[in-house]
Design a protein around this ligand. Structure first.
Ligand SMILES: [Zn+2]
Length: 416
């Protein structure tokens, strides 16, 4: 059976026909070349304007990477025609199997992008015998296709978050859809300034921004201001994830200070306790739980800070804003008398933003508590992996690819 027969069955290209394959050598291994030619009477389409145009000449053959067959590298081989377009002048034709000047077929782009959900880009490069750069281009093409075809209807709740992109205070701002038909990453912007977030709203369009009902974010001032400007109707919510991350910083500070002081006196009670104090008790391993129990017996500042944080967690059990408010006030009163400066700072912040926190309870059940946290976790993993990429573009593509829940074209046959 010919490869042509298989392609005719699974991957017809309207207006073009496949010829018989022939063998070739590609990087010291056999490869299959499948010639493609226009069907008789097929007129070339101008790549400038997308209209049929009179032919001009034919260029020499180009090799378009196709999905490997039984591990054998496959190319479609085609001699591009040029058109003499009355609107655009002399232009290369547009072909249906590849975008723009790409030398990989759209099917191959999506094939590689699909596998990059499970493999690192380096692994995919070696698996499919292409360069890392080619893998990136494939994922980029798949992401661009998905972004062009994604629907932005029905986005009523968004979460705004920031992730450190590299050492030295470089940040990216991420905007998620956190409720409704899809929970996904909507947008990535460089930095975390007012300008960054304005970029999101102008991409999202003013009309859609007016339909947003809830915005979860940190109290980062530039964010609050820009949200007010662009989606003033939305209820702003200070969500659990962002509040609790302030606690983590505070506890870290108390613990580090105290551990230094203790170590000076030869005491090691706080050694390797960082994660024990930061994790929720239910997430501790058995030996960590034992460690925590012993730790709690000691009259340490770190322990007091830990207990105040755990006590604060009870807030999330409330459903009524009134009772949540009572709880908040009782807790802040206590925390302000704790003599733990970092914790008092959190308490002050909570007091100053009480309304934003209580909005969480007013939104009652519209948004699930872990959603921003979940995205932040996954986003960090992608970002960590992307430290090696250096450029913002690579990180952006990797994030959209992993978290964007992007649509893929419906092929007559999927090769994966
Ligand atoms: Zn044209």
């Amino acid at each position: 059976m010919h490869v042509r027969t298989i392609l005719n069955r699974l991957h017809r290209i309207p207006g073009f026909v496949f010829g018989n394959e022939r063998w070739a050598e590609y990087e010291d291994a056999p490869a299959l070349l499948v010639p493609v030619r226009p069907r008789v009477g097929n007129k070339p389409v101008c790549s400038g304007c997308g209209e049929v145009a009179p032919g001009y000449d034919t260029l020499k053959e180009r090799y378009f990477r196709f999905v490997p067959f039984w591990g054998i590298v496959v190319f479609l081989v085609y001699a591009m025609r040029r058109v003499n377009c009355p609107r655009c002048g002399v232009k290369v034709e547009r072909v249906p199997w590849a975008e723009g000047k790409r030398l990989t077929t759209t099917t191959f782009d999506h094939f590689v992008a699909h596998w990059c959900k499970f493999l690192s880009w380096t692994e995919a490069a070696s698996e499919f015998r292409v360069s890392w750069r080619t893998v990136f281009r494939c994922v980029e093409a798949a992401v661009e296709w998905g972004r062009r075809h994604m629907s932005l209807e029905g986005v009523t709740a968004i979460g705004i978050d920031e992730i450190a992109r590299a050492k030295g205070h470089k940040y990216v701002t991420l905007v998620y859809q956190i409720a409704g038909s899809s929970k996904r990453l909507l947008w990535v912007g460089q930095d975390r300034t007012e300008e960054t977030l304005r970029g999101f709203f102008s991409w999202f369009t003013p009309a859609r921004s007016k339909l947003i009902q809830f915005v979860c974010s940190d109290m980062w001032k530039p964010y609050l201001k820009v949200i007010k400007e662009n989606a003033s109707q939305a209820v702003q919510i200070l969500d659990r994830f962002h509040i609790m991350s302030h606690f983590s910083k505070a506890i870290d500070e108390v613990r580090a200070q105290e551990a230094r002081a203790l170590a000076y006196g030869g005491e090691t009670a706080l050694k390797k306790t960082r994660w024990i104090l930061l994790k929720r008790p239910e997430n501790l391993t058995d030996s960590q739980a034992v460690r925590l129990r012993d730790l709690l017996k000691l009259n340490l500042r770190s322990v007091r800070a830990y207990l105040l944080k755990e006590q604060f967690q009870l807030l999330w059990e409330y459903t009524s804003p009134t009772w949540a408010q009572k709880f908040l006030r009782r807790w802040t009163f206590q925390a302000m008398r704790s003599k733990l400066e970092p914790i008092k700072r959190v308490a002050r912040m909570i007091r100053n933003h009480e309304d934003l926190i209580l909005n969480w309870f007013r939104a009652s059940g519209e948004i699930s508590n872990g959603v921003v946290e979940g995205f932040n976790g996954k986003g960090r993993v992608v970002t960590k992996r992307a430290y090696g990429f250096r450029t913002f573009r690579c990180l952006e593509i990797a994030l959209y690819h992993a978290l964007g829940d992007l649509p893929v074209p419906k092929f007559t046959h999927r090769f994966w």
